[in-house]
Write a protein that binds this ligand. Structure first.
Ligand code: GLN
Length: 223
């Protein structure tokens, strides 16, 4: 086990809308400040992947077309991603990446993509209305300001298991009805926030700390 922190960026070349790759850069910067070098691997189409080789998984947003391409390949990695999430290892999923954790995503043209079915949520495009604009919401770590652009509306199928990441102050978040943004389950966070979300120092530092703890746990187990 190396002392370097290893980050898997799932489908970096396909899922990286509206500055999401900035999330990984910000984390690398914060981890460096704490004395850790990082290695970022792009896990793209056809790649072998064991989630437990990594200290952190990142999954960015994407357009519907890219999501249909990714969905076909992603299914191979379902079990390793599920086991990683259940083991309370840290993961951040944005927009399309967040939608992929649920059961399915029904797109604007009515086509349904089967998603990973790891967490009890689903996403559906209901009317000819995209949720675009600035967002602001209250989280455990304070106020977060970001930008959203999505057609999909996400609904939790088990509100006891999943908690929202934040309470909306401005914008839509998961959907127009719930006034809630994103999702938390163990150390996995899903969010509709681009911009990137981790330009918000409060949540960026919280995630960097989760990564350091997870890394230290792995080093301790390997000894
Ligand atoms: N294509 C998805 C939607 O429109 C996700 C968008 C995104 O990742 N920005 O809902």
């Amino acid at each position: 086990m190396s002392d370097k922190i290893k980050i898997a960026y799932l489908y970096e070349d396909l899922m990286n809308t509206y500055g999401d790759s900035g999330d990984v850069k910000i984390l690398a910067f914060l981890l460096k400040e704490q004395g850790y070098d990082t290695q970022v691997d792009n896990i793209s189409l056809g790649a072998d992947f064991n989630a437990f080789d990594y200290d952190f998984l990142f999954f960015g947003g994407g357009q519907d077309f890219e999501q249909t391409v990714v969905a076909k390949d992603l299914v191979r990695h379902r079990d390793t991603i599920k086991d990683y999430i259940e083991a309370s290892k840290p993961m951040l999923c944005i927009c399309g990446g967040y939608q992929f954790l649920g059961k399915y995503y029904t797109m604007v043209d009515g086509t349904t993509i089967q998603c990973l079915d790891i967490l009890p949520l689903h996403t559906i495009f209901k009317a000819d209305h995209r949720m675009i604009g600035d967002t602001e919401y209250q989280t455990e770590w304070g106020t977060v300001r970001a930008f959203e652009n999505h057609g999909g509306r996400t609904y939790f199928d088990d509100k006891n298991k999943l908690k929202p990441l934040g309470k909306m102050i401005e914008g839509y978040g998961n959907n127009p009805e719930d006034k809630a943004e994103g999702m938390r389950y163990k150390n996995t966070i899903g969010s509709y926030s681009h911009g990137p979300i981790l330009k918000n120092e409060n949540i960026a530092k919280a995630i960097a700390n989760k990564i350091i703890h997870s890394h230290q746990d792995c080093l301790a187990t390997a000894k």
